[in-house]
Design a protein around this ligand. Structure first.
Ligand SMILES: Nc1ncnc2c1ncn2[C@@H]1O[C@H](COP(=O)(O)OP(=O)(O)OP(=O)(O)O)[C@@H](O)[C@H]1O
Ligand SMILES: [Mg+2]
Length: 259
C-alpha cells in the first residue's frame, strides 16, 4: 500500500470543560475524498481544525498528526478551508475582489494586479455570473449561495493541495446545496485536491466522498469506502445516521462515481 498523505494516531482534543475528540486514528490518503460524518457535537469541526492546524487557543491536543511531506501543510496556503457560513470566512467590509485576491498575493507572491486578475478568473471558475462586477461588490450584496462560491474561490486562491469544507453547504437550501456540492466535486477533480468534507448529512457525504468516517461523541466509530458503509454499516451509530438522513426516494445529487 502507498504511504498515506497523513497518519493520525490517537488524536484527542479537549477544551476547558469537555472532551471533543478521543483517540481518533486514521490515515488520510492523498487525492481521496474523505467525508467526516456525525451528529452535532460529535467532534467533526474539531477534527477538521486539528488537521488544518487551526484549533483555537483553548484546545489541548494529544496524539500525533504525521504528514508524509517534510513540513506540515500550511493552512491558507496548502490547505484551503471553507466554513459552514460564508459570513464566518468573508469580511463584511472588504470588497470581494480584495478578499479573493489576498490569498493569491500573499501565498503565490503575485502583485496586486496579477492577484486581481487571478481572483476574477477564479470567480468565473466557480461560476459567479459577471465576475468583474462582483469583484467590486461587498459580501452582503450577494446571495448566500454566491457568497459560498466566493468563499470557495478564496479558499482555492493559493492553489492548495488539500481542501477542507466544514459544513460548507449546510446553511443553504437544497437546490443551492446541490449546486455547491457539484462545484466542489468539479474543482477537486480538476485540481486533483484531497478533500475533507465535513457534514452531518451522510446522504450528501455518500454522493461526494470515496470514504466516510463516522464520529460519535468524539470517537471514530467506523471508517470505510462509501459503498461498504451504505451496504453494510458496522456500527449502530452509522445505521442511525443512515436512517435519519438517507432519503431513498431522491436521486443522487451529482450522480454516480466521478472517476
Ligand atoms: N472553541 C470551543 N470551545 C469549547 N468547546 C468547544 C469549542 N468548539 C467545540 N467545542 C465542544 O467540543 C465538542 C465537539 O464540537 P465540534 O464543534 O467539534 O462538533 P461538530 O461535530 O462539528 O458539531 P456541529 O455539527 O454542531 O458543527 C462539543 O461538545 C462542543 O461544544
Ligand atoms: Mg461543526
Amino acid at each position: 500500500m502507498t504511504e498515506p498523505l497523513c497518519r493520525i494516531t490517537d488524536l484527542s482534543v479537549r477544551y476547558r470543560h469537555n472532551t471533543a475528540l478521543t483517540h481518533v486514528s486514521l490515515d488520510l490518503i492523498g487525492g481521496e475524498r474523505l467525508a467526516i460524518v456525525g451528529e452535532s457535537g460529535s467532534g467533526k469541526s474539531t477534527f477538521a481544525r486539528a488537521l488544518a492546524g487551526l484549533l483555537p487557543d483553548n484546545a489541548v491536543r494529544d496524539g500525533d498528526i504525521q504528514w508524509s511531506s517534510e513540513r506540515a501543510p500550511r493552512p491558507g496556503r496548502d490547505i484551503g478551508f471553507v466554513f459552514q457560513d460564508s459570513s464566518a470566512s468573508l469580511n463584511p467590509v472588504l470588497r470581494i475582489g480584495e478578499q479573493v485576491a489576498e490569498g493569491a498575493k500573499r501565498h503565490l507572491g503575485m502583485s496586486w494586479k496579477a492577484a486581481y486578475a487571478h481572483a476574477e478568473m477564479l470567480l468565473d471558475h466557480v461560476r459567479i455570473p459577471n465576475p468583474s462586477a462582483v469583484m467590486r461588490a461587498y459580501p452582503r450584496q450577494l446571495s448566500g449561495g454566491q457568497r459560498q462560491r466566493v468563499a470557495i474561490a478564496a479558499a482555492i486562491a493559493s492553489r492548495p493541495s488539500i481542501l477542507i469544507a466544514d459544513e460548507a453547504t449546510s446553511a443553504l437550501d437544497t437546490v443551492v446545496q446541490a449546486e455547491i456540492t457539484a462545484l466542489l466535486d468539479r474543482l477537486v477533480s480538476e485540481a486533483a485536491m484531497t478533500l475533507i468534507f465535513v457534514t452531518h448529512d451522510i446522504a450528501l457525504a455518500s454522493n461526494l466522498a470515496d470514504r466516510i468516517a463516522v464520529l460519535k461523541d468524539g470517537r471514530l466509530v467506523e471508517i470505510g469506502p462509501v459503498s461498504d458503509i451504505l451496504a453494510d454499516p458496522k456500527s449502530d451509530d452509522t445505521r442511525n445516521l443512515l436512517a435519519g438522513h438517507f432519503d431513498l426516494t431522491s436521486a443522487p445529487l451529482i450522480g454516480g462515481q466521478r472517476r
